[in-house]
Write a protein that binds this ligand. Structure first.
Ligand SMILES: C[S@@+](CC[C@H](N)C(=O)[O-])C[C@H]1O[C@@H](n2cnc3c(N)ncnc32)[C@H](O)[C@@H]1O
Length: 295
């Protein structure tokens, strides 16, 4: 039976194919303690969670915490937003989207300051969908359209409350906790879906820094930057140091370092037990099942 009847949707760039999620589900049937170092909007969390799973997750973006704690972990929908209200806050000051008007900026600032985690999860999605092609660069909406998207996502998220099992999420840098994790009890599985470097940087640190600042009203610290020089080291460290003998690792083509290079380097440290390729919008998604013996 296919457990994942639906993919969690939040207007985020980069889709996930159903086959990928089915494959994750198949490979995780026996895993109870699971590490997800890079949460994003939590689609991989949704794919592995069951009544008996404990999922430990991280992400430097506040949006991930709003989704995991404000939606998946929430018992009920708590909202402070009853109408369009305005505040002059971080977005009003900085206008990081091309063409954003006073009212949209003011509404974003009001929700970022007064909204619940559940509200801010809906705001993140509504903001993404209010930019051209969801790319978080050019704004394309008026405040009524933004508010309609906000209300729609708030309603949609109600179907994702109270997810099965336990989730412990950290808003912060996974690598900062890696050493402490190594000293603890090992997990059964790790699901590693790292940022991908396109040209000179990953999209998260490129466009998501200001997204993160808007949602937190300027309270967030800067996102870690992944680039051509450090990406391989980050990925190698995650794979070699994570205390889990089984790992699912995700990569794509047309990025730097190339999939072939990543596979070759990881293969020097861990065993590649299975390789999958999923086609998706003219792009290939690769998935590796990795094994290593724990000390
Ligand atoms: C490819 S996305 C993960 C998508 C995810 N699989 C999903 O289901 O939506 C990579 C994520 O890693 C996060 N990230 C980047 N560097 C990080 C770090 N050092 N610690 C924790 N998260 C990080 C980014 O913010 C981004 O959300």
């Amino acid at each position: 039976m296919n457990k994942i009847a639906e993919i969690y949707r939040a207007g985020y760039v980069g889709g996930a194919v159903q086959e990928t999620l089915d494959w994750i589900e198949e490979k995780s049937t026996d895993a109870k303690r699971i590490i997800v170092p890079f949460t994003g909007i939590g689609r991989h969390i949704v794919a592995v969670q069951r009544a008996d799973t404990e999922i430990y997750s991280w992400d430097t973006m506040a949006y991930s915490r709003y989704i995991v704690d404000g939606v998946f972990n929430a018992e009920k929908a708590e909202s402070n937003v009853t109408e369009i209200r305005y505040r002059k806050g971080w977005m009003y000051e900085h206008r990081t989207y091309k063409n954003i008007d006073d009212r949209c900026a003011g509404f974003i600032d009001w929700v970022a300051q007064e909204g619940t985690l559940f509200d801010k999860a809906a705001l993140g999605s509504a903001m993404t969908r209010s930019t051209l092609m969801g790319r978080l660069t050019h704004w394309k909406s008026n405040v009524e359209q933004l508010y309609t998207r906000f209300e729609k996502q708030r309603e949609y998220n109600q179907d994702w409350l109270n997810q099965p099992g336990t989730r412990l999420h950290v808003e912060g840098d996974f690598f900062a906790d890696l050493e402490a994790l190594q000293g603890g009890e090992p997990c059964d599985l790790a699901i590693i879906d790292p940022p991908k470097v396109v040209n000179y940087s990953d999209v998260y640190s490129l466009h998501f820094n200001h997204f993160n600042q808007c949602l937190t009203n300027g309270q967030a610290s800067r996102l870690p930057k992944w680039n051509r020089r450090n990406a391989m080291t980050y990925m190698r460290d995650a794979v070699t140091k994570i205390p889990a003998s089984t790992m699912l690792f995700f990569y794509v083509n047309k990025v730097i370092p190339t999939y072939e290079d990543v596979k070759r380097v990881l293969g020097q440290y861990v065993e590649i037990e299975e390789e999958q390729e999923f086609y998706h919008n003219g792009r290939s998604d690769f998935a590796l099942l990795l094994h290593k013996d724990l000390p």
